[in-house]
Design a protein around this ligand. Structure first.
Ligand SMILES: NC(=O)c1ccc[n+]([C@@H]2O[C@H](COP(=O)([O-])OP(=O)(O)OC[C@H]3O[C@@H](n4cnc5c(N)ncnc54)[C@H](OP(=O)(O)O)[C@@H]3O)[C@@H](O)[C@H]2O)c1
Length: 254
């Protein structure tokens, strides 16, 4: 459909080699975008390339730990060398961070989750923003936050803190970049079965099921369309927003 057509567009998806990022990448490829996936695991990158190419996609992968700003820059430069430009960027790479009460979490572990879920987003966005402004090109920046940003997460406060912080970043960048034709939005998934989510205790999974209006947790397939919408011109009048995909978890009246 023309409204959601991404032909001629180039998208970066960090953490695009698995889970939610790979689901975004599937959606983007199906809508016609060329996709660069950045991740740390070579085997996962290779598997994802094969899968996306089988869908007819033009795909490029780069190995980078995005907690390191210089590696994010290298990933960006390699993507430009490969595709010539970038129009869309999904800052999605992330992880659960340390478990426990705040006073029990070491400074090192706290800083680690800040680097993983917050600073990596900044490292990813910076070269993309500079590139879009230099090209005077429209663009789309999308971060994967979480419903933890608005609900909090007992015993994983670092995670919830980073996911709330990227919402502040999203709204700030929406203001900074709006007049340049760049939209900045956040996706807040509820529980989606992925490698990260499988680390959560069964009790957590059961609790999320109880709060889902549909009685089901989310699937990866359900993440594809929202990625296409936020990457396409259909979302040109939407910026600084939090898009919640949680089966009604956050509105469930207990
Ligand atoms: N699943 C859920 O229920 C849920 C709910 C809300 C929000 N989220 C968010 O969704 C995003 C994706 O998570 P997921 O559930 O899809 O988990 P996942 O399957 O574990 O995927 C995490 C992705 O991030 C990449 N990654 C992790 N650390 C990285 C680093 N330092 N540098 C570069 N890449 C890194 C991983 O690639 P490598 O394996 O190659 O490192 C992987 O592709 C995360 O930001 C997460 O917080 C998930």
């Amino acid at each position: 459909m023309e409204l959601f057509n991404l032909k001629g567009k180039v998208a970066i998806v960090t953490g695009g080699n698995g889970g939610i990022g790979l689901a975004y990448a599937r959606g983007l490829v199906k809508a016609g975008a060329k996709v660069a996936i950045w991740g740390r695991n070579a085997t996962k990158n290779d598997r994802a390339i094969k899968e996306l190419e089988d869908l007819g996609g033009e795909v490029f992968a780069f190995l980078a730990d995005l907690t390191d700003a210089s590696r994010a820059k290298e990933a960006f430069q390699a993507t430009i060398a490969h595709f010539g430009k970038v129009d869309i960027c999904f800052a999605n790479a992330g992880g659960a961070g340390p478990q426990g009460r705040l006073h029990e979490i070491s400074e090192n572990d706290w800083n680690g989750v800040m680097d993983l879920n917050l600073n990596s987003v900044v490292h990813t966005y910076k070269p993309v923003i500079q590139h879009l402004l230099e090209r005077k090109a429209p663009g789309k920046l999308i971060v994967t936050s979480s419903i933890a940003a608005v609900m909090g997460t007992g015993f994983a406060s670092g995670y919830a803190t980073t996911k709330a912080a990227v919402l502040g970043l999203t709204r700030s960048l929406a203001v900074e970049l709006g007049r340049k034709g760049i939209q900045v939005n956040a996706i807040l998934p509820g529980y989606i079965e992925t490698e990260m989510a499988r680390q959560a205790p069964d009790a957590f999974r059961e609790a999320t099921l109880r709060r889902s209006c549909s009685g089901q947790n989310g699937t990866l397939e359900q993440m594809e369309g929202v990625a296409v919408f936020l990457a396409s011109k259909s979302s040109d009048f939407m910026t600084g927003q939090n898009i919640v995909l949680d089966g009604g978890h956050t509105i469930y009246p207990l």
